[in-house]
Write a protein that binds this ligand. Structure first.
Ligand code: ADP
Length: 196
């Protein structure tokens, strides 16, 4: 659709109620490394060699073998996604995606890249037949993307992917860590998944 999500949210009626699809959506508050599912998404950096925030938590919980596998992948472009095993994590796979750096502000380039992160992560999951996927709030920590804007890109991209490929996934979990993000997702989830 040509509509661009903004602080006002999506155009009313753009994402109609779809019970089968909306029932696949969960909001989870807490540490993504605890989730026993097929795949968790990591908000990584271009080197894929580990960093702070959720990236650091995932590498600590997975153990040093994760870094070894990541080192063999030769980095990752912004907006792309690469998959590894989960090693010491309860999740089977980690999908590493690199969000845009938005400390200089959010333009069309950052918005597109953030959407690509969600889209390419879901594509990567379905390529490996992973049927449950959890996302952290990509780019909204160290990378500085305003959370109140990022939430719309995250929800719209997942909704649009599921509209096309709902048979390929059983569950998509939005894993929020900060109380502010929990509030933002609780407010905005019904605009994209009215029956969730
Ligand atoms: P980025 O560099 O993409 O901004 P960050 O890791 O700095 O990534 O932040 C992304 C989001 O992940 C933030 O909302 C942060 O609060 C959250 N976060 C940090 N640790 C965890 C964790 N263990 N589980 C889930 N989310 C986390």
């Amino acid at each position: 659709p040509v509509w661009t999500p903004s602080a006002d949210g999506p155009k009313p009626g753009l994402y109609p109620r779809n019970e089968k699809l909306d029932q696949k959506i969960s909001l989870y508050t807490g540490d993504i490394t605890k989730l026993e599912i097929d795949a968790i998404v990591n908000a990584a950096n271009n080197t894929l060699l580990g960093g702070g925030g959720v990236d650091g938590a995932i590498h600590r919980a997975a153990g040093p073998v994760l870094k070894k596998e990541c080192a063999s992948l030769h980095g990752c472009e912004t907006g792309e996604a690469k998959i590894t095993c989960g090693y010491g994590l309860p999740a089977k796979y980690v999908i590493h995606t690199v969000g845009p750096i938005a400390q200089g502000g959010v333009g069309e380039e950052q918005r597109k890249a953030l959407r690509s992160c969600y889209d390419n992560s879901l594509k990567t999951a379905t390529e490996k037949s992973a049927r449950s996927v959890a996302f952290p709030c990509i780019s909204t920590g160290i990378y500085g993307y305003p959370p109140e804007k990022a939430v719309h890109e995250a929800l719209a991209t997942v909704r649009e992917y599921l509209d096309e490929h709902h048979d390929k996934l059983d569950r998509v979990i939005f894993c929020v860590f900060l109380p502010m993000d929990k509030e933002l997702y609780m407010q905005n989830l019904p605009l994209y998944f009215p029956a969730a």
